[in-house]
Structures are given as C-alpha cells and as structure tokens.
Design a protein around this ligand. Sequence first.
Ligand code: PEP
Ligand code: MG
Length: 588
Amino acid sequence: MSSEQINPEVRYTGIGVSPGIARGKIYVVHDDFEDVVRYRIQAADITGEIGRFETALIQTRAQILEMQQQIAEAIGAKDAGIFDAHLLVVEDRTLIDEVLRKLKADLCNVEFVFQEVATHYAETLSKIDDPYLRERALDIQDVTRRVVRNLLGKAPKAFLALTEQHILVAHNITPSDTATMNREQVLGLATDLGSRTSHTAIMARSLSIPAVVGLHHVTNKLETGQEVLLDGYNGLLVLDPTPETLWHYGELKHRKELVTEQLTGLRETKSTTRDGRHIVLSANIELPGDVGSVVTNGAEGIGLYRTEFLYLNRRTLPTEEEQFETYRTVAEHVSPHPLIIRTFDLGGDKIATGMNAEDELNPFMGLRAIRFCLENLHIFKAQLRAILRASAAENVKIMFPMISGVDELRRALAVLEDCKAELQREGLPFGSGTEVGAMIEIPSAALCAHALAREVDFFSIGTNDLIQYALAVDRVNERIAHLYEPTHPAVLQLLKMVSDGAHAHDIWVGVCGEMAGDLNMVPLLIGLGLDEFSVSASLVPRVKRAVQSLSVPECKKLVEEALELETPADILALCGQMAQRNYGDLLG
Ligand code: PEP
Ligand code: MG
C-alpha cells in the first residue's frame, strides 16, 4: 500500500482589508513578458503606435549604451563588447519591418505585436544547431524584455484581462489596475505591500473582493496555480488548506451569509439612533459603474465620488463634455438623494499620464489634489464646468480635496465663480444654489475649522489622510501600518475641533474616510456630533444597523470618557466594548 504525501497547510499573515473568504487557484503577477495584454487599435492609431515603438527603441538603445559605458569603465571595454550584440537587435531591420507589417495587418497594440514577433524570432534562432545563433536568441529575449518594459510604461497588464477565476497575488496592485481589472475573474487579492487605507484596499472593499495586504514577500514564495484560501476578515492566506481548515471556513462563511441576509431587510429603513437622531448614511464611489450598489445597499446618496478615477488608465484627459455626461448620469441614478462630487484628487498613489509624479520624493505631500488643480487651471476648470452643468439637476454638490487653509479655499472658490460667470455668458444652465464643501483632511485645516466654516456649506472629514498627516504615518506603507491609529488621542482632538467648528457656524459635517465604515468607531463619531457618514456601499447595511442600535446620550458619554484617556489602545478598547454590547453579532 502506498502512502500518499499530503502537504501540510502553510499560513501567511497580513492585514485583512476587505472582508470575505475566497478559495481557489492563485495567479502570481510578475513584471514579465506574460503581463503584456493585447488590445485592438483603430487604423488611425497606427501612426501613434509606430511613434511609441520608435521612442521605445531609442530609449532602449540609450539604456544599452549607458550600461555599456558603465561596464567599460568598471571592468574594461572587452566585456562591454557583449552589448554590441544587443545594440544590433534594436537596429535589426528584419525584426522592425516585420513588427510594422504585423501592426498594420493585426490592428493591435504595438507591445503585443513586438513581443509576439520577437519571441517567434528568438525561438526560431534557438532551434538552429549553431552556438552563435543560440547566443543571438538570448540577446533578442533580453532586449525584447527591455523594449517591452519601455513600451509598457503606461500599458495595461495581462492580469487585468484574466479569463479564468483566480486569486491575484502581487507585489503591489495600483489603484488604476484595480479599477480596470476584470472583476468577474478576481476572487480575491493578496499583496506584499499595502495597508487598510491604500486606495487599492478601498477599491477592493467597494468591489466586495476579499483582500489581504502587507504579506511581505509572499509573491516570492508562491506559484501560479497553487490552491489557497484567503481570509479577508483576519488577514490570512492559507496555502494548501487542510480539510479541517476548509470546514471551519465553510462554517464561518455560512454564519456571515446569515448576517448579510438579515441585513438586507434594513434596506428601506432609516439610519436613525434609538433616540431618534438621523445620521445621513451615504456611500463612496470610485467609478460611475459603482452607483448600482449605492442604491441596492440602501444608501442615502453619494457622500464622496472620487472623480480622479476618470483620469486614470488613458492617454488623454477626459473632456468637459465627457465629464458632464458622466456626472449627469450618476446624479440621475441617485436622485433625489444627493451626489457629492469631489474634484479630482490626483497625485499620491493615483497618478495620471503626464503628471511627472516620478520626480516627487513624497508624493502624498506633493503636488496633489487641489494643489495640482490650482496649478493646472485649464484641467480644473473643465471639471468644474462639467460639475456645474450637471448640478442643474439640483442634487449635485461640489467638494474640494486637500484644503490646507483659507487662502487655498478662497482661490478654489474664485475659480468656481469664474466658471459660473463663463457658463452664464455662454447661456449654459447650471444649479443656482449648488452647495460647496471642503474636505478636512490636513491637520492645518482641522485647526482652522472655524475660519473655513465661514466660507463653505459643509465639511467632509477625510480621516484616511487626516490620520496619516497628523501621525506622520504613510497610509500605504505596510511596515508602519501598526502606527496608523484612528483612535490616537490627537486624532480625537482634531475630529472634535472640526465638528465643533462646523456646528458653531451652522454647517453640517460628515466623515467620508474609512473610519466611518469601521463598526468600532461608529459610537465615537456619533458622540462627536457628526451629521453624515459616507462609507463603502457594501458596508452601508452594517453601519445602519450599528447606528440603529445606539443612542446619542450613551455615545456622548463615551466621547467624554475617551477624551480623558491617553493611549490609542485604551480608546479603542472603550469603543470596542460599546460596539460589542450593542451589535456584537456584526463584529469579528
Ligand atoms: C480621505 O482621505 O479620508 C478620503 C476620503 O479621501 P481619499 O481616501 O481619496 O484620499
Ligand atoms: Mg484624502
């Protein structure tokens, strides 16, 4: 009798950033050949593709020459001679002509055509029984990889077009990758890097894809095709799960499904506390297509539309007309509830073509959001005009991100007034009383809340950034994720200052950062007097149940006690106890 060797399971621990359990085969993303996706182009695009190809060849040639020179200086001209063969590849007329011919015949992107032609070329040479030609095949492969990388600067990757269901495992996945990947095929996400408030994590939550980030070097340890179980609740990736583990997770999944089912009954109910205080509960969206889940989850409109996603994954900027149509459609979909359109927040971890962000050492503190807008007025104005035109529908509000103080806010408001005057002159309709708000996500803005409140109709607190700037903890760096503490006493003070400042000037104040969707934080935010919570659509039913379970006096008492505490852990424990008492079944 033969005994079969059964692999014991291996567990990798990271940070669970999007709840849910996924089971299946993994696809490990490597920055290599296989990441070149094929997409169709029009005949009119051929010249542009040839231009890209020429630029990539010139870039590659320059890189090879530079390497050659470095090696010549370090170890001598003779060894540097090997790069002569590489230079010959970028000048190889047969190869280049074949790429151009196929580009015209196949009408698809040049990186795909080039890789296909070059790979075929190299394979043919490697099969010939001649050591010189086999060497040439290796040169071609090497150079091909380099040319493709140069071409791929902004191109989509193969994992974005998977045709089978997989759990994606990657070193990092950018927000723009998350926005364009084929969601039907992605069962879960697991990354080496990342944190709870990185935009990739936020996207995963809004797409309801279980995700675990901060798994350090997991991509080096796993291979495409292996079977794993991904636990987005507890931040675990289990390789080759045992039958016991699978049974345990089957049970957990069943329990979670029961809770979800009970929550669907809340859809038509209001998010009102036990003692009758209505907290407006809206949803955050990144893409226009997310609007359906806002409605199905029973949110009262959209509290944050991250419009910058409209600018990603494309070579040209969206026109005013395109934006107008998009905003109008989203506004109609959520009507009569409000739609708060945040002007684009590019920069940080969301980089659009042509931003030259690679020159910035600290992109989160760099030319981001309103700062970028005020330096690129033509782009800013196109968006403001589009929002204003969409606001003729009356349920649209505008919000500016990353406001640091009164001057900056006034400059943004002045540009908005310019746009209104232009539209008026052109006879184009726009909402007369469109509300304007400021995001409070920089500590300086929180400290100046009174002055800012005189200028706008509402505040929305961006806790994701507010916390990172207040505590000097990069929100996307998994190495310091443990220092990113929403219950830090300093954060509590800032939140109180903003809430008090807004109410002293009779404006409403909401929270649209991830803190609002954290069930442990709901009592604290109610106690601080916040009027609106805007959370990922999938979290709306849970947050609504939490609000309905609490009363304002008990939440206020909690805040009083929390303000006396000195450590984040103590404040978190206090909040957690109240959450546990009132809606423990939703936690854990
Ligand atoms: C925030 O900073 O809390 C916020 C909502 O904006 P973003 O996450 O897009 O920076
Ligand atoms: Mg922000």
